[in-house]
Write a protein that binds this ligand. Sequence first.
Ligand code: DGL
Length: 269
Amino acid sequence: MATTIGMLDSGVGGLTILRAIREQLPGQPVVYLADQAHVPYGVRSLDEVRRFTKEITQFLIDQGAKLIVVACNTASVAALSYLRNEYPETPFVGMEPAVKPAAEQTKTGVVGVLATYATFQTEVYNSVKERFAKNVTVIQNHCPGLVNQIEKGDLTGFETRKILESALRPMVAQGIDTVVLGCTHYPFVIPLIEEIVGPKVRVIDPAPAIARQTQRLLMEHGWLSDGIIGSEIRLITTGNAQTIEKNLPLYLGYHLPVESIQWVDEKLG
Ligand code: DGL
């Protein structure tokens, strides 16, 4: 039987990673948990995010997942090393804002980073910046409200555009040539971002790199599947299944059934 990949995010953001994983690894079954009861993670304490993420990881393992993709920057920077300690047998793929490649490739020496408020507070993020972007000016913005807009399915409307314009216009004025998308929700609004920053600014979407890393880990463990039989996707939300189901074509381009599960006393069941 093909090895199941477990994926998690606070909501629909990790579907940007799911798209890339699906493209690269069509033979791998996926079980994806969207913690929409708690979205957005980006305004929560790191401790809280760590507790949610631990419980979701356990849930995904109970559903048969052998490898976990933490398809959320906030959860990764808050909890990845903790999870690796708690589950030494389980390989994890995590994310951190792609500041390193941006700093290496910038010509103007100015890069923009869009991520959540929580991500910007973490040691992991600040140490990446410290190590790899010392000689580069990094301009950060946490785009208040953007995750909620994307969760609502508003990828192009007035409010979404307003949030992005107020984050990106000052960055462009200061000479950025690169924008790092440090939150997995944001690739859904790449067309709008590109429209605002113009053709001279490169937008870094981490999804393809995460899919490649997932493939590498599966290969290392001998878990790469070569067929596509039984490679279904299970989507599960802790929020409202109808809402996400209705909006799925916007995010994935197709319909899928969505299951729901409730948090009870900080446990999933
Ligand atoms: N998609 C998530 C991230 O990559 C979290 C967004 C949120 O829930 O605030 O950071």
